[in-house]
Design a protein around this ligand. Structure first.
Ligand code: GSH
Length: 243
């Protein structure tokens, strides 16, 4: 396939076709939208109008992709089962849909030698319009004095019941000037709501209450909750009990 024949639809449609049945969502963005919010040390070194695609996992990924993946692998060579499953799904879709195309695939768990992440997942999700990234600076007249509050992304359909998994950059595919940056739905528009969200995320993230900040259309199944509430080192034992 010649690189120049691809446009955004011919990237998004096949990716969506193969990844949606695995519980993954894809959203396009321009590299320039992402870079413009970040210091140079985090920039993606591609032209501003290059196409990137952010990949999210929805609650359905666990049953549609993860449990079948575990069963197929029969625990052989598994160290990071979730990360390996996402990589299997995403790299499989990319090589099947875009053979010969240059695609820079970056996963959320990958670090650069500088220990910086290979991409800032929440910024990518925000500029693609997928999920609003609520940050301390989005609260006027902040009540936290000098305390640093971490930001959190909210998905309009899944609230906090999702994860940002990967960023794909298609260096040979460009988005024209007619492509306007979508604004993510502002599901937590009030100052009070944002304070509650950031406090729930920063002070009580383990109880997962922040995930229900909007009424989600689907949340994690009990099985998935049990899995993610178990420390990673003990998850293999849990998986074995599921047979
Ligand atoms: N590296 C381990 C693996 O690959 O199994 C752990 C992966 C993991 O638990 N990742 C978290 C996750 O998927 C952080 S992204 N959490 C789901 C969530 O918090 O919604």
């Amino acid at each position: 396939m010649a690189a120049t024949t691809l446009n955004v639809d011919s990237v998004i449609e096949p990716l969506e076709d193969s990844l949606s049945k695995l519980g993954l969502e894809v959203y396009p963005l321009k590299v320039g939208w992402y870079n413009s919010l970040l210091p140079a040390s985090f920039h993606l070194s591609y032209p501003d109008d290059s196409l990137a695609v952010v990949v999210l996992s929805t609650p359905a990924m666990f049953e549609l992709a993860f449990l079948p993946f575990i069963e197929e692998q029969r625990f052989q060579g598994l160290r990071d089962p979730i990360d390996q499953c996402v990589k299997h799904c995403v790299s499989g879709a990319v090589s099947q849909c875009f053979p010969g195309q240059k695609v820079d695939v970056r996963y959320d768990y990958e670090l650069l030698p500088s220990r910086k992440p290979r991409f800032l997942a929440q910024t990518a999700a925000h500029v693609s319009g997928a999920a609003f990234y609520y940050q301390q600076s989005d609260v006027t007249d902040q009540p936290w004095a000098d305390r640093k509050m971490f930001g959190v992304c909210v998905h309009p359909r899944f609230g906090g019941w999702f994860a940002i998994r990967a960023l794909l950059v298609f260096e040979d595919v460009t988005l024209g000037p007619e492509t306007v940056q979508p604004l993510p739905p502002d599901c937590v528009p009030t100052r009070d709501g944002r304070i509650q969200l950031l406090e729930a995320f920063n002070f009580r993230w383990q109880d997962w209450g922040y995930r229900d900040v909007v009424c989600p259309v689907q949340t994690y199944s009990q099985k998935q909750r049990d899995y993610f509430s178990t420390p990673p080192a003990q998850r293999f034992a849990l998986l074995r009990t599921w047979g």
